[in-house]
Structure formats: C-alpha cells, structure tokens
Design a protein around this ligand. Structure first.
Ligand SMILES: Cc1cc2nc3c(=O)[nH]c(=O)nc-3n(C[C@H](O)[C@H](O)[C@H](O)COP(=O)(O)OP(=O)(O)OC[C@H]3O[C@@H](n4cnc5c(N)ncnc54)[C@H](O)[C@@H]3O)c2cc1C
Length: 507
C-alpha cells in the first residue's frame, strides 16, 4: 500500500516520547490533518528517557545542556524559557534533571493538542504498545498488544530506545537475580542490600548514572570496560552563532576514497585548532595516556579553564555526520562507522563538568574505582560474583550492573504485508525493512511506504538521530512530506545557528 496524499490524512504516531511530540507539533504547525492518534503505553510526552524508566531519580541529569534540548529547531530556547518561567536559575549551558525535560514535553503536548483541536483535528491517545503494522489495500492497520487495530493513512515511528544491551561477559548469567541489565529504573538500584559492593560494566553515560546513584545510596562501586577509557570532559556545548565546520568539504568525502581516514583526521585537527582560537591541540585535548584518574583530573582542569573548545563543534558535527553517512550504501556505513565510534563516544558523549566533578569526588572519597584493567573471568553464585582481574587479583562483588548501551529499533517484514516492530537492532544496522534517505520504510521490491521513522527509529541510516535536537530537526521535514507531499530532503538537513526563542504554536 502506498496511497498518495488526499488531504484526509489519518496519522498514527507510534511512540509519544519527545520525538513523537516533536512530530506532533510539526504536524500541527504544518496544517490540519483529519486525525492524529498517538499510541504509547507510557504517559504521552515523557517517553522512556525522561519518564519513569530512565529518569525517576533527581540526580539523573540530561546528558546535553538545555541549549541542545528542544522540540522545534526554530525555537531552541523554548526549554530554557520553560524552566526560567518556573524559577529555575539556569542557562543554555546547564544540565538539568532529566525528568524536567519530560515535564516540558508533556506540557507542550497539551498546548499542541489544544491547537490541533481548535483547527478541527481529532486527537486520540491510545495507551497501548503497537506490535506491528499491517499493510492493507486502503492504508495501514497498527496492530496493538491487545489484538485491536488502529487504522491510518500515514504512520510515524518514534519508538526510541528502551532495551539495554547485556555485556557479552555476563550474557550467560542472564536472569541472575544479582545481575542488573542497565542502570534503570533507578528504583531497582535503590532496592540493593545496604552497603553493597557493586561491579559496573561500562564507563559511559549510563555507567556514570549508576555510579552516581549507587555511591549516593551508600554503596561502593568498581567500574570497568574493555577500553577502560572514560569519555572526555567538556565545559560547554551550545548552539553556536555561526558555522564552525566547512560542511561542503565534509560532504564531499567519499566512502570509497582510500585517503578518507587521513582526510578526516586532517579536517578534524584543523577545525579543533580553529575552534580553539589560538589554543594548541595539547591545550584542548589530553593526549598522553596517563592512568584513568590522572587523565580525568587533567581533562576536568582543562574544561574548568574553558579550554575544551572542541565541544563547540558538537552541534554542527552531528548534523554533518548524519548528512554525510545517511546517503552512503549500508555496507559503507557498516565498514566505516565502527572506526569512528571510539572518537565519537569519547567526545560526543563527553562528561559535563558537574558529572566529572561528582565522579572524582566519589573516587577520592573511596566510594568509586575506575579499574584500568578489565576482567579475566567472572563467575556467579547465589550470594554474588567472583571476578578475576587481568592483573590476576580476585575481587568479590554483591551485584553486577551491565551498562553497554541500548538496542535500537528494528523493523522486520514477516510476510508480504506485515512489518513487525522490535527493539533488538544496533545503530547502523541494515535491517530486513530498509529506510530511504527521506526516512520512509521500504520493503524489498516494494515502493516506499507512507511510514516514516524519526529519532532512534532511523538509527539504521542516521547514526545520531536519537539525540533529541536531531529528531526535532527531522520532524518538520517529515510533516512537510506527509501533509504536503513535499520532496524528502532529510539527508540535506543542515544546522542553523543562534538561539530562537519562544515556540510559535499557531498555524
Ligand atoms: C539514559 C539516556 C539518556 C539520554 N540523555 C539524552 C540527553 O540528555 N539529551 C539528548 O538529546 N538525548 C539524550 N538521550 C537520547 C534519547 O534517545 C533522546 O533524547 C530522546 O529520548 C528521544 O526521544 P524519543 O521519543 O525518540 O525516545 P524515548 O524517550 O525512548 O521514547 C520512546 C517512546 O516510544 C514508546 N514506544 C516504544 N516502542 C513502542 C511501541 N512498540 N508501541 C508504542 N509505543 C512504543 C515508549 O513507550 C516511549 O514512550 C538519552 C538516552 C538515554 C538512553
């Protein structure tokens, strides 16, 4: 089924988290459609990340500053305005508790809904999980977990990330009562026996969340990973007033170019130096591989001095990376992206100063250890875990928390006319159902569907769209395609600069 637009769109948005609300707002601003149904078992607006699953503890902060968090990229100060209106003494570079962004999205949903209804659009919320999409002669049927179905002419998938991966080291212990899969929900971490000794597998953002909560709750923690490398530390990263990257030069890179690695290294070096405004590379980046704690101290000091100017490249860097690799064939992404991930996770996932200071305080107080060596073996019994480290020492732990990132959404075509929604993919995976450059699902041998994927749901093609600012940038393009039949040009979404203020709701 590939119906053409007939001004009678009945849209179903599957997933009512921030990306779903960004799409909802963009549809409302674009013009009236007949109906919009949001399908999500969670309260609309909160999503997984800013709702009960990943945000139910006030120490859990947004990873990105408020200046990077918005639902409409022409109104980038909207979240900040929302906070300031409620008395929060914060600025664009501050990280705020995660649940606040959920509150903001939920409130904006109610505003958009009122606006949609004023223009005659019927808005319905269905508190169920969607299991699959059935392709029918005159549209689609979204099949719910209770067997009922919602019919649609157009579907937007905004199903985010929800299932943490399990570290390979502990996969054989899946289901062990002392093994926690991921750092959330926070309530689960609060249930551990008092004064436990906990092994955290992973050192990135979710691991930092676990360390913060566990140490605050009175436990001791050892965190480790095969690389043992913490992310860098940064002081700020807001939307700049003007371009800092040579976008054309980046977009002219070709995946088959044998010199691509050298070129990327050269471009990055030149741009980090330019962003540094006279600072040398050594001033901005800790290059020597001292031990983890020394490196953390050195990177924190650099950030506190205001010398981590490479962070100013993050905003444009993510947009440019999506535009560069989105049009590449899947094999090229599969070959080249893994080479970039260590660098990307080190700098894009850099620890905000507050998180780094908190970690260092826990280390210096003896509550947390970042282990430089990885485990040689791990075994479980009813009372806990025995770890043999690579330096041959042995250590007992009461619990293991595995924080190895998240599975991405994946779409599977079981038969000719059904697309099943799953959460077991990896970023950059080619899956059975393809994704066009304009974010539409396409089964092999069929035309592209009127089913769009936004945010993490398009991770098979666009590596960083799960960051909310990129989903917010995709939303108006999808609304234009869906409502007005505009040509899809999602791969060309370019960053814009400066900070727009209040969100315009009225159409
Ligand atoms: C721990 C963590 C911290 C993060 N911090 C930040 C940050 O600070 N800044 C940032 O920009 N990004 C951050 N991210 C990335 C994050 O993915 C986005 O910010 C944001 O959550 C994307 O919103 P979303 O609506 O796409 O996804 P989600 O928040 O994951 O919401 C998805 C929604 O879809 C629903 N859903 C899923 N499957 C179905 C289904 N089959 N049927 C019906 N509904 C379904 C879920 O119930 C959920 O409500 C973080 C991610 C994680 C995991």
């Amino acid at each position: 089924m590939n119906p053409s637009r007939d001004n009678n769109n009945r849209v179903v948005i599957i997933g009512g988290g921030p990306s779903g609300i960004a799409v909802f707002g963009a549809l409302v601003r674009r013009g009236s459609v007949t109906s919009i149904t949001i399908v999500d078992p969670n309260p609309v607006g909160l999503g997984n990340v800013y709702g009960d699953l990943f945000a139910n503890d006030p120490v859990l902060l947004c990873n990105t500053p408020t200046g990077f968090m918005y639902l409409d990229d022409t109104a980038r100060r909207d979240f900040l305005d929302y906070l300031v209106d409620r008395g929060w003494p914060v600025g664009l570079d501050d990280q705020v508790p995660r649940f606040l962004f959920g509150d903001y999205c939920r409130e904006r949903f109610h505003t958009f809904r009122a606006e949609a209804e004023r223009h005659g659009t019927t808005v319905t919320v269905v508190e169920r999980r969607a299991e699959s999409i059935r392709i029918e002669d005159d549209g689609y049927a979204v099949v719910l977990d209770n067997g009922e179905a919602v019919s649609a002419t157009d579907i937007v998938l905004c199903i985010g990330m929800e299932i943490p991966k399990l570290a390979p080291l502990v996969q054989r212990f899946q289901g062990h009562p002392r093994l926690l899969r991921g750092s959330y929900p926070a309530a689960r971490l609060r249930e551990l026996a008092p004064n436990s000794h906990v092994l955290v597998l992973g050192v990135r953002s979710s691991a930092q969340d676990a360390i913060t909560m566990l140490c605050r709750n009175g436990h001791t923690v050892t965190a480790t990973s095969p690389s043992g490398r913490l992310s860098a530390v940064r002081d700020r990263c807001s939307v700049p007033d003007s371009a800092k990257l040579d976008r054309e030069r980046w977009l002219s890179l070709h995946p088959d170019d044998p010199q691509i690695i050298e070129k990327v290294t050269l471009y990055l070096t030149e741009e980090v130096l330019a962003a540094g405004e006279g600072r040398s590379l050594e001033d901005q980046i800790v290059v020597e591989d001292s031990d983890t704690v020394q490196r953390l101290k050195a990177e924190l000091a650099q950030a506190l001095r205001g010398d981590t100017r490479w962070a100013d490249l993050t905003y444009e860097g993510l947009f440019t990376l999506n535009s560069l690799v989105g049009p590449w064939p899947p094999e090229a992404r599969a070959k080249l992206m893994p080479l970039a991930y260590p660098l990307l996770t080190h700098y894009v996932n850099a620890l905000p100063v507050l998180t780094a200071q908190n970690l260092l305080a826990n280390i210096e107080a003896g509550r947390a250890v970042i282990k430089d060596v990885f485990t040689r073996s791990i075994d479980a019994d009813a009372d806990g875990w025995t770890v043999v480290w690579a330096d041959d020492s042995t250590e007992r732990f009461d619990y293991v928390v595995s924080t190895s990132g998240f599975h991405f959404p994946r779409f599977i075509s079981d038969g000719d006319a059904v697309i099943r929604l799953t959460h077991d993919g990896a970023i950059g995976d080619a899956t059975v159902v393809g994704l066009t450059k304009d974010l539409r699902l396409q089964r092999q041998g069929h035309p592209a569907e009127r089913i769009w994927a936004v945010g993490a749901a398009c991770g098979q093609r666009y590596p960083f769209a799960h960051v909310i600012m990129l989903a917010a940038a995709q939303a108006p393009h999808v609304a234009a395609m869906l409502v007005d039949g505009a040509a899809g040009n999602v791969e060309e979404i370019a960053p814009t600069f400066g900070n727009g203020s209040r969100m315009a709701v009225a159409v």
